[in-house]
Ligand binder design. Sequence first.
Ligand SMILES: Nc1ncnc2c1ncn2[C@@H]1O[C@H](COP(=O)(O)OP(=O)(O)OP(=O)(O)O)[C@@H](O)[C@H]1O
Ligand code: SF4
Ligand SMILES: [Mg+2]
Length: 334
Amino acid sequence: MSLLKVEGLSTHFISRDIDNRMRVAKALSGVSFALDTGRVLGIIGETGAGKSLTAQSICGLLKPPARIVGGRVTFDGQDLTAMSPEALNRLRGAQIALVVQNPRTSLDPLSRVGDQLVRIHQAHGRHSQAASRKRALEMLAAVGIPDPEGRAKAWPHELSGGMAQRVLIAMALMNGPRLLIADEPTTGLDVTVQAQILDLMRDLVQRFGMAMMIITHDLGVVAHYCDEVAVMFAGTIVESGPVRTIFGAPGHPYTQALIAATPERKRIGGGGAQIGGEPPDLYNLPSGCPVRLRCAHATEVCATTPPERAMAPGHMVRCHHAGALRDRTRGSVA
Ligand SMILES: Nc1ncnc2c1ncn2[C@@H]1O[C@H](COP(=O)(O)OP(=O)(O)OP(=O)(O)O)[C@@H](O)[C@H]1O
Ligand code: SF4
Ligand SMILES: [Mg+2]
């Protein structure tokens, strides 16, 4: 049984316009994937594709007007979508931990690093102060912070960007989570520090027997650190499967274009190489395949019928013409 199973997850933003007419932005439409302990899943896709919203939907961190309108998220056999906010809150921070971009805004500027770690430990279990302090020092050491005792007394503003990100990871680890979700955990850090942090996270997954989901724009990160990848477009997963398979012979035109257009370690979307065209309007998604207005291979069926097709066990591609397109690119993509 997979540790995390997401089945047909749909999240919409439901609001009313000035004339009180209902407006629905279909931000996630039928997102499905599974993640096992010890594995690292990368989620990629252009800006606005729904990567962060997927993480927030899993963690129960949606804010109105966003709402889960369909599907199920199962963690260790428990249905998170049916859980009370209180129960979900307990699970989050204990068994599921989220590491977000920008450690500066995620750390409390008015509290010493060690105190913040202790607080998180105490919030999720009955521990003595001494036990929580000991755990805090252990976790600072685990994330490679030199002189944990000294650093525990530091204020957040005294830390470099890389150190602050390590502290955030230590915080995420305090309660021994089984699933770590990292939303662009290294954006804004220089390349060397990025690689150190990602190496560390990958190592922690093995050492502590966790599963990890990394959200990124960086195909290089996926290639180097992930076992599996899910490619998102307009709130759906258009292709998913083992990294080697997908990078070796991508079956979806969007994945093919991403890989072809993206030199090693270059970002996609927001600032990097772009797949031509604008993201579709979530309030008015095109009929049939959501990619069709930007797809050079679109045919009549693409306009009328949403594609759903599994290529092979573990490799999913949503494209009517996936087989033919994959055969054409096989061997031509590094
Ligand atoms: N209040 C809202 N009402 C309607 N749509 C919204 C609202 N807030 C966010 N969205 C839409 O939800 C979609 C998913 O956003 P999300 O933050 O998950 O994107 P992302 O893939 O994480 O992008 P990025 O790479 O820029 O972080 C976006 O297209 C965004 O425009
Ligand atoms: S289903 Fe059609 S429009 Fe969609 S990606 Fe495949 S070829 Fe392109
Ligand atoms: Mg995001």
